[in-house]
Design a protein around this ligand. Sequence first.
Ligand SMILES: *Cc1c(COP(=O)(O)O)cnc(C)c1O
Length: 297
Amino acid sequence: MIPFGTYPTPLETAPRLAGALGLPELFVKRDDLIGLGAGGNKVRKLEHTCAEAVAAGATTLLTTGAPQSNHARLTAAAAARLGLDAVLVLRGRPPNDARGNVLLDHLLGATVVWADDPLREVGRQAAAVRERGGVPHVIPFGGSSPAAVQGYVACAAELLDQLPDLSHVVVAVGSGATMAGLVRGLGAERVIGVDVGAVPDPHTTVARLAGADAGSLDIDTGRVGAGYGTLTGEVARAVRLAARTEGLLLDPVYTGRALAGLAARARARAGGLGRTVLLHTGGLPGLFGHPSVAELA
Ligand SMILES: *Cc1c(COP(=O)(O)O)cnc(C)c1O
C-alpha cells in the first residue's frame, strides 16, 4: 500500500440535513477530503493498485473511463505523485472545451486519448508503451480490482473506530469496489448501495468483488433515471438540499444519487435507519463538467 492521503478522514455530523430527511442522526464521512488531486474514493483504491504497479516496475499507468471520470483524474494525480506517465482513454470524442475532470487531467500532465471503444484502445496504448521500451500497467475501469477492495476494508475499520454503533452506511455504486470493501468490513446488513448505472448488473459486480452472496446485498437500482451521468429531478433536489442545509457540495452523478437513495429510504421506512453515515466519495470536479450543471442552481 502506498499512502496518498492522511487518515482518518473526518466524520462530520449533519443535523440540518438529518432533520430535512426525517432521520434521527446523520453523519457524513468526508472521503472527498482525501488530499490527492481534489480527493475522492478512487484514492484509497489507487493506494493498492499503484503498489502493485510499482512492484511490477511500471513506467506508465493506463486506465479507461467516461469523459468525466473521477478515477481517470485521480490516476493522473497518482502517476504525478509517483513520477510515472499516465495515459487516460476516455469514451467518445474530444470535447470542444476541456472542463471539469478533463481540464484537471490535462493540468495533471496525463495523455488523454478519446475512443469509441476504450477497452480496445487501452490495449493498443499499452502495446505502444511497450514498443517505446516502457512498462505499462493497466488499471481496470473505475479502479475496481480485487486489490482495490482493500482500500474500503480500511475505510470500514476507520468508521468503526469513529462510530462503533453505526447502523448503516449509504454509498454510491459505480464499478463496485467501494461498496465491496465496506461489505467486507461492516457486513452486508449495514451497507446500502445506490446504483448509478455504470455497470449492467451491480449486484453481481459487487458480490464478486466482496466475495459475498449477491442476494445478501442491499442495492437501490431505482435512482439511475435515463442512464449513467444523466441528471434526474430527485438528484437535483438532493444536491440542492445538501448544499442549502449543510453547505455540503455533492455531484450529480454519484453522491447526489446516494443522497437521493437515502432520502427515498428515509421516506419509506422512517425509524428503520439509526445512526446513518453518508459516504462522501468526492466527484466535485465532475459537477463543473456536467452538461446539465446549469439546471442544478
Ligand atoms: C467512482 C465513484 C463512486 C463509485 O465507486 P465504485 O467503487 O466505482 O463503485 C462513487 N462516487 C464517486 C464520486 C466516484 O467517482
